[in-house]
Design a protein around this ligand. Sequence first.
Ligand code: TYD
Length: 207
Amino acid sequence: MNGKFVTLEGCEGVGKSTQLKYLKEYLEREGVPAVFTREPGGTPLAERIRAVLLDDSLNISPEAEAELFATARRDHIDNFILPALNEGKLVVCDRYLDSSLAYQGFGRGLGLETVLRINAYAVGKCMPDLTVFIDMDPLKSFRKMSGKKIEHDRIETENAEFHAACYRGFKEIEKLYPERFRSVVPEQDKSSTHGKIIEALKKGGVL
Ligand code: TYD
């Protein structure tokens, strides 16, 4: 396995999609062989699980939710991430394990240990080389999100307290995995934020 695995994390509405777009353009310009993917999703099975997970007509228990994310992740790892890493590609994933730790562990209150246990079998052989966390106050991003989008999915519609708990979770994860976890505080100017992300990837030995 000679590729590198990078994940991008953050609370809702922090500008992750824009930064992924900038990063994609940058890597294309630089001629870096890279593939972009997302969670939940990235394979036909995981995309179906995604539709279930985000369907706000369903009442899913926190435990079942955590296991569904982990099942989708397992399929994504086996059928997309590992094959791409074996081909020597840089794999960039929009959300991964840390989203489960933050959202299910802290947001839903299952706790870090439980969510780690549920995911251990899947991620044991596939941990990110580097995780960039877009570190933005959840209240700010939550307000921005509520004002902007017309439709919200099952998880986005959770209240501000849920999103604040997720943010606290990410800050705990930062302490747990200092070797791979890089927080980037976003700037008003999106291209400055992009510059910070590239710097983090270079410092982390990924670029
Ligand atoms: P998505 O529309 O992709 O959100 P975003 O654009 O904010 O990345 O929806 C994914 C949602 O699923 C998002 O609210 C975060 C949540 N999520 C979890 O709760 N646990 C997880 O393990 C993952 C990967 C995502």
